[in-house]
Design a protein around this ligand. Structure first.
Ligand code: AMP
Ligand code: GLY
Length: 429
């Protein structure tokens, strides 16, 4: 079968790489892909179509006998790519527009959580700054989190320590309109404390397959300091979520969420990603995403032994209940993101990346590309903020970490940097 993967990050490289291992796949196209998907074997090739150009993607899928399309990022999902493909009778993996709202609208997400009595931070929704500021002024001077309702590439969340920071965030959203229409509604919510973990599940709207737990590192710098990023590294499994907790999360978080969606006639088929805070009382939902996490996807897929195509087919077909239990490599995978100088702020692109061949010889590692491009002369250059996801496997967290950082030592470009402490939270646990 020919497959089309939509997106261009480390997650999509991992998806294409994993799907290429299935004996059932023939050619894998990635739109638009990166230098990693351009060079990772003859089965995988890039096609120069952007992820929001639905007519061109549909035309390509028809002309190239694509049997399944897999969508990586949230933007095309929230824009209705699944509905567009389905109306042309094309098979596609991911939630439809209505279901993807669980990520696309934090207000909708909170509504679902309330309907399902799913543990989450107490919150209030506002449509204008005066009401929101008045609310903050009336309240005690508690730490508060201010969020924009819509998609904001991870930037629409302000974790504030006091009232004045809260008011400042409200004004940036409503008066400065820094997030455009995404900020038409804002949420003020209680700030939660604890360890943050990512638990992803694959569901066909009836059966829920909970994947092994992972932990992301969202802050830019070591020790979880600095600005928020898309994710500077992730590892799986994490000892912070044991089997009992994972089961609790499935029962008290995923099951009631899917029920609440179904009660609204929204059938979620795809990856439901719960960003959780393990508070002193219980795990609580910080947010839902409607897709694989990036970089969580990279360590998860490096460990997954089950044929990913079988999982996707069963999800689309509504037959996940008939799939054998997922098989995992019991080792730990640690993924370290190498980034451009300046990220998550402004950065330059186009620096030649050296040492990839040597790095790829380090045993038990896989280098997934993210923001990279390939020039006509074959030179691989940086082309984004998060450039590479260097992922190592090991019998322990420290072994996996060592494998990833050993590979990283070979890789150089102007301004390359990474966090040095990815997965240390597991070691100190
Ligand atoms: P979100 O996009 O909602 O996951 O928020 C991005 C990041 O902000 C999360 O990964 C958390 O680190 C932080 N965050 C969001 N909501 C809260 C909350 N209620 N309490 C504390 N931190 C939060
Ligand atoms: N790793 C965070 C995200 O994918 O949203």
């Amino acid at each position: 079968m020919n497959i089309l993967v939509i997106g261009s990050g480390g997650r999509e490289h991992a998806l294409a790489w994993k799907l290429a291992q299935s004996p059932q796949t023939n050619r894998i196209f990635v739109a638009p892909g990166n230098a990693g998907t351009a060079t990772d074997g003859t089965d995988i090739e890039n096609i120069p179509i952007k992820e929001l150009n639905f007519p061109a993607l549909i035309k390509f899928a028809k002309e190239n006998k694509v049997g399944l399309t897999v969508v990586g990022p949230e933007i095309p999902l929230c824009a209705g790519i699944v509905d567009a493909f389905q109306s042309e009778k094309l098979r596609i993996f991911g939630p439809n527009k209505a279901a993807a709202r669980i990520e696309g609208s934090k207000v909708f997400c909170k509504e679902i959580l309330r309907k399902g009595s799913v543990p989450t931070a107490i919150h209030h929704t506002f449509t204008n700054s005066n009401d929101a500021i008045q609310f903050l002024n009336k309240d005690r001077d508690i730490p508060v989190v201010v969020k924009v309702d819509g998609l904001a590439a991870g930037k629409g969340v302000f974790v504030c320590s006091n009232r004045s920071e809260g008011i400042d965030a409200i004004l940036r959203i409503t008066k400065n309109r820094e997030f455009g229409n995404a900020g038409d509604r804002i949420i003020l919510e209680e700030r939660l404390d604890g360890q943050e973990v990512s638990v992803l599940a694959i569901t066909d709207g009836a059966t829920i397959l909970t994947l092994q737990p992972a932990q992301d590192h969202k802050a830019a710098y070591d020790g979880d300091t600095g600005p928020n990023t898309g994710g500077m590294g992730a590892y799986s499994p994490t000892p912070i979520v044991d089997g009992t907790t994972l089961h609790w999360i499935e029962e008290h978080i995923f099951v009631p969420t899917i029920h609440a969606l179904n009660r609204l006639d929204v059938s979620f088929r795809g990856v439901l990603y719960a960003g959780l805070m393990l508070t002193k009382q219980e795990p609580k939902v910080l947010e839902y995403n409607a897709r694989f996490g990036d970089p969580e996807c990279q360590p998860l897929l490096l460990r997954l032994k089950t044929d990913l195509l079988d999982i996707f087919e069963a999800t689309i077909g509504g037959t996940l209940d008939q799939l054998s239990p997922l098989e995992w490599d019991n080792r730990t995978a640690v993924c370290v993101v190498m980034a451009s100088q300046g990220y998550p702020g402004n950065y330059e692109k186009g620096f030649p990346i050296r040492g990839l061949a040597e790095a790829s010889k380090v045993p038990d590692t896989k280098i997934f590309h993210a923001g990279t491009a390939i020039r006509e002369d074959g030179t691989i250059v940086s082309n984004g903020g998060r450039v590479l996801s260097v992922t190592g496997l090991g019998n322990s967290v420290s072994e996996a970490k060592l494998a990833a950082y050993t590979a990283i030592k070979h890789i150089r470009w102007d301004g390359a940097w990474c966090r040095k402490d990815i997965s240390d939270k597991a070691l100190s646990y």
